[in-house]
Design a protein around this ligand. Structure first.
Ligand SMILES: CC(=O)[C@@H](O)[C@H](O)COP(=O)(O)O
Ligand SMILES: NCC(=O)COP(=O)(O)O
Length: 240
């Protein structure tokens, strides 16, 4: 079954709203989210530390008992953090420092030499490496040449088009997933997934191994409660 890795960036956003405030306790939230059934915790420490701080990643390493997935642009500081913390998975994302949120996958054709070096370094520390990718089968050969273990399909376009025509929305993702599996790449997906669009994606993507979900899940939890929400998302994946 497709694993759920909960992105806790937005819990850190709430905590940071009061400066050095201790609530909500990010580490306790991670422990509880795992206890509620999540198979991973995802964080995206951005250079401005607007939500997840570098120290949070260090602290989470000692707390997370499932899998810690650290996402980010492989800047020297980010790579040093991954070298220090050694998370189970690193997801490379080409975000600009001032990006409001992730808004594109890698140009793996142009950047395959750079990515190959970064992937090799991260794998030397024992990490599984995933690269954030737009849904385009033509990118798979270059993605595989980087030595990455997996790709993470950037699902913003799917989520945006889902309400209008879900069959059309999923087509490029299905084609890219099939190409990735054929190339021996593992398959993750994430960004803007929610309780409405998740089950259909899981049904239609052959070989999908993991989804990372944060913004919608934390927003839902404000109304539905965190334990109930984690289990609702897992139930959607069971339908996949
Ligand atoms: C790579 C990805 O799609 C998510 O990590 C997204 O970047 C979440 O980041 P924010 O929580 O800062 O929007
Ligand atoms: N990689 C996607 C992720 O970690 C969470 O994205 P979102 O659900 O916050 O859009």
């Amino acid at each position: 079954m497709v694993k759920l890795s909960v992105n806790i960036n937005k819990i850190a956003t709430l905590r940071n709203a009061r400066g050095q405030h201790a609530r909500p306790d990010l580490l306790q939230a991670a422990r509880d989210i795992e206890r509620f059934g999540a198979e991973g915790i995802t964080v995206h420490p951005r250079p401005d530390e607007r939500h997840i701080r570098y120290q949070d990643v260090r602290d989470l390493k000692a707390v997370v008992t499932t899998e810690l997935n650290v996402e980010g642009n492989p800047t020297p500081d980010f790579l040093a953090l991954c070298r220090e913390v050694r998370p189970e998975q690193v997801t490379l994302v080409p975000d600009a420092p001032d990006a409001i949120t992730s808004n594109a996958g890698w140009d793996v054709v142009k950047q395959q030499d750079f990515l190959r070096e970064v992937v090799a370094e991260l794998k030397s520390h024992g990490a599984r490496v995933s690269i954030f990718l737009d849904p385009d089968p033509a990118l798979i050969a270059a993605a595989a040449s980087t030595g990455a273990d997996r790709i993470e399909l950037y699902t913003e376009a799917y989520a945006h088009h889902y309400p209008h025509d879900r069959a059309a929305a999923v087509l490029p993702y299905r084609a890219t997933a099939q190409a990735a599996v054929a190339a021996g790449l593992g398959l993750n997906a994430g960004h803007d997934l929610d309780l409405e669009n998740l089950a259909y994606l899981a049904q239609k993507l052959p070989g999908l191994q993991e989804v990372s979900i944060g913004h919608a899940l934390v927003a839902d939890a404000l109304y539905l409660g965190l334990e109930n929400t984690v289990q609702l998302y897992k139930r959607q994946l069971k339908q996949g």
